[in-house]
Design a protein around this ligand. Structure first.
Ligand SMILES: [Zn+2]
Length: 408
């Protein structure tokens, strides 16, 4: 397949956010500066010290897959592959001075079949093809001078980028079932030995998974901030698989007409918006909006370690607007009154918050609590207090905090 054709599979939301960040008045130059730092670093010697390099004699099958996919992807860069010790199924791609490096966990090699690995490798190569590898925002996510709002935008882009990478993995492994099975194995750690998973059933798990993760303390660490939840990724792949792109590129003929890639991108954007705290809440019901929850929850956290500083005020105003912030400050808010207001918003709703809405509120508040690059004991307690009113257990909050921010 020609490079252009592959390029055109890129998810529109990824491309739009990528350009928005590139020309961003506060972030654009800093992302550009990080690029030159990448080209100077000596990551290869670190990899050679800590991992096993995949070589055609050691792991011939994987080396062959890699070669085939690199040719198909039209990537001219020299690529080296490494294996690192971890029972979890995991992979990443990064750039050093002279090579691209793709690293796979030993768990991925032990558990995934050859074609499932091609999905994973294809996904990683997708990150290289779409310039995600050189467009690094990871260091900025940990920089305490970054506004929470800007940080949320970077996270939104990273999630969108995963959708583009998944599409490439899907194109290269050539089967929705295989892609879904690879993802299911990654998530569950189960081997499944030859059993293909039911794609539709997996996609349906979305609501259950959300409820499980948000409202039970023992969910097993799937609070992924930068990666969209796996069922969402499956849903997005399902949509893409049905699009006219797939018919044109792969010559896959199915009965009935295929929706255009542009309309599939719009559907996908709706799915991703469900995870984005900044996405507008357009229900017109008179119910308190998510922004009300950010306002009072955010103030509760900001006040938990003393006075509201001008900087904290600025940051909150950035998310909820100056007018709202000034009005809130006129009520002379205290730690207690802000939590009461938050609970009040909950009570005024005519139906319970959905797991997704809870997820958005928690994620937004986490960004606010992390605004100064760290979270002290008071802020953490304040976050736990707010979470408690939403039915989120303290253990789940701890888990979110340790997973934040996540790179991958
Ligand atoms: Zn990825």
């Amino acid at each position: 397949m020609e490079a252009e054709k592959l390029e055109s599979s890129r998810y529109r939301g990824d491309l739009d956010l990528y350009h928005a960040l590139k020309t961003h008045p506060r972030l654009g130059k800093r992302i550009e500066d990080a690029k030159s730092a990448i080209l100077r670093r000596t990551i290869r010697s670190q990899l050679l010290h800590s991992m096993v390099r995949v070589d055609a004699r050691l792991l011939p099958q994987i080396a062959r897959s890699m070669e085939r996919l690199q040719t198909a992807a039209g990537l001219a860069d020299a690529i080296e592959m490494y294996v690192f010790e971890s029972s979890a199924v995991n992979a990443f791609i990064t750039r050093g001075r002279s090579h691209l490096f793709v690293a796979l966990s030993s768990g991925a090699i032990n558990i995934l079949t050859e074609r499932e690995l091609e999905f994973v490798i294809g996904h990683e190569l997708g990150h290289a093809m779409f310039d995600h590898v050189d467009f690094t925002v990871g260091h900025l996510l940990e920089d305490n001078s970054i506004e929470p709002r800007d940080r949320m935008q970077m996270f939104a882009w990273k999630r969108a980028a995963e959708i583009s990478a998944d599409r490439m993995g899907l194109i290269f492994c050539g089967s929705l079932e295989i892609a879904a099975t690879a993802m299911f194995k990654t998530l569950s750690g189960l081997r499944l030995d030859g059993v293909a998973i039911d794609v539709a059933a997996f996609a349906e798990q979305w609501d259950h998974l959300m409820a499980e993760v948000v409202q039970s303390g023992d969910a097993d660490g799937h609070w992924q901030v930068t990666h969209p939840f796996p069922p969402l990724r499956i849903k997005a792949m399902q949509l893409f698989w049905r699009s006219d792109y797939f018919e044109d590129a792969v010559g896959l003929r199915l009965e009935g007409s295929r929706p255009s890639l542009a309309s599939i991108d719009q559907e996908t954007a709706k799915l991703l918006a469900m995870m984005d705290p900044l996405a507008r809440d357009d229900r017109n019901t008179g119910n308190p909006l998510l922004v009300d929850f950010f306002q009072w929850g955010g103030l509760h956290i900001a006040l938990s370690n003393g006075e509201l500083t001008p900087r904290e005020k600025d940051r909150l105003a950035h998310i909820v607007s100056d007018d709202r912030m000034n009005a809130a400050i006129n009520t002379r808010p205290t730690v207690d009154s802000t939590l009461e207001r938050f609970v009040d918003c909950l009570k005024r709703r005519d139906q319970r918050l959905k797991p997704l809405e809870i997820h958005k509120i928690m994620e937004g508040l986490l960004h606010i609590a992390n605004a100064d690059g760290q979270m002290d004991a008071n802020e953490k307690q304040a976050l736990i207090n707010v979470a408690g009113t939403l039915g989120v257990m303290p253990l789940a909050v701890e888990m979110m905090i340790t997973k934040f921010p996540i790179e991958g």
